[in-house]
Design a protein around this ligand. Structure first.
Ligand SMILES: NC(=O)c1ccc[n+]([C@@H]2O[C@H](COP(=O)([O-])OP(=O)(O)OC[C@H]3O[C@@H](n4cnc5c(N)ncnc54)[C@H](OP(=O)(O)O)[C@@H]3O)[C@@H](O)[C@H]2O)c1
Length: 272
């Protein structure tokens, strides 16, 4: 099977590539310099390869900056995905696209795959538009929605907290937003299973199990690394960000086997 990974230098992409390497796949890894997904004409360079699958990891992921860089965010997260989808349709290629819990408004207790999308921030708007484009235009696609990612190849909440806990005696962390932290390694393994097990095409919520607030997430990190830093809970109003975030974005994984609890995954991440 010939697989192209776009945005190949991203946090998730690198773990997906490591996971794919364990299987007998022919991989084509392209970062922005090799394939800018916003430029339709660049897809012509793929014509020499007989691709079976594209895994799109390219994205504009700075949720707050997106509020001010709307055009760039739209071009990458919607036009870029549209370009990939059109190419997949033309060449009969399967597409795996990564989406986010931020397509939801957070007013429900938890979200199923088919729940109505109602994003609160611009990043979420562009991700929801891309999802809809795939749903209405492609037959052979997987949308893998995930949340609160952490992985060894990117700046993530765990690394930010570790740094703060080293530098400060006390830190405040939000205790009124709930979600499911997800290890990029666990997500990558599940994505590979979608392919190897020929799962039906469609939308999949894929996260570690359990849930927590950012405060509980930080407290777990503190306890694993034995930090002396005091973690104080606070409300979202104390950290006003440019982008509004959903209060509750727990994604129900209805279509896959349950992944391990996020605490186990955090423990493993911190031990590596
Ligand atoms: N991180 C999270 O907590 C989270 C949560 C839910 C869902 N997701 C989704 O998961 C996916 C992967 O996220 P991540 O955290 O791994 O992101 P990331 O580390 O920011 O990686 C994104 C990659 O996309 C590349 N890229 C940006 N614009 C591009 C373009 N025009 N053409 C080709 N490549 C381009 C970036 O390259 P440059 O560095 O050159 O810009 C970067 O390597 C994204 O779809 C994201 O929306 C992430």
């Amino acid at each position: 099977m010939n697989i192209l990974i776009t945005g190949s230098k991203g946090m998730l992409a690198k773990d997906i590539i490591d996971e794919l390497k364990k299987n007998n796949f022919q991989l084509y890894c392209m970062d922005r310099e090799e394939l800018d997904i916003t430029k339709k004409e660049e897809f012509e360079k793929l014509n020499d390869i007989k691709l079976d699958l594209i895994i799109n990891c390219a994205a504009y992921t700075n949720v707050d900056a997106a509020e001010e860089n709307k055009e760039l965010c739209y071009n990458i997260n919607f036009i870029g995905v549209k370009n990939i989808a059109d190419y997949c349709k033309l060449k009969n290629i399967i597409l795996i696209h990564i989406s986010t819990d931020y397509v939801f408004d957070g007013n429900k207790k938890s979200y199923d795959e088919e729940d109505v999308k109602k994003p609160l921030n611009y990043y979420g708007v562009t991700k929801a538009l891309a999802e809809d484009y795939l749903i209405y235009n492609l037959d052979k696609f997987y949308i893998a929605r995930t949340s609160w990612l952490f992985g060894k190849n990117g700046i993530n909440f765990i690394e930010k907290m570790k740094k703060l806990m080293n530098e400060k005696k006390e830190i405040k962390v939000i205790n009124d937003q709930f979600g499911r932290p997800t290890y990029t390694k666990d997500l990558s393994k599940t994505l590979v299973l979608l392919i190897t097990q020929n799962k039906p095409f469609g939308v999949y919520n894929i996260t570690n199990s359990g849930f927590c607030s950012w405060f509980e997430f930080a407290s777990e990190i503190k306890s694993i690394i034995n930090s002396e830093c005091k973690i104080v809970e606070c409300g979202s109003e104390e950290f006003l960000t440019k982008a509004i975030r959903p209060k509750n974005s727990i994604l129900n994984n209805n279509k896959i086997e349950k992944l391990r609890n996020w605490k186990e995954a955090v423990k493993e991440y911190l031990s590596e």
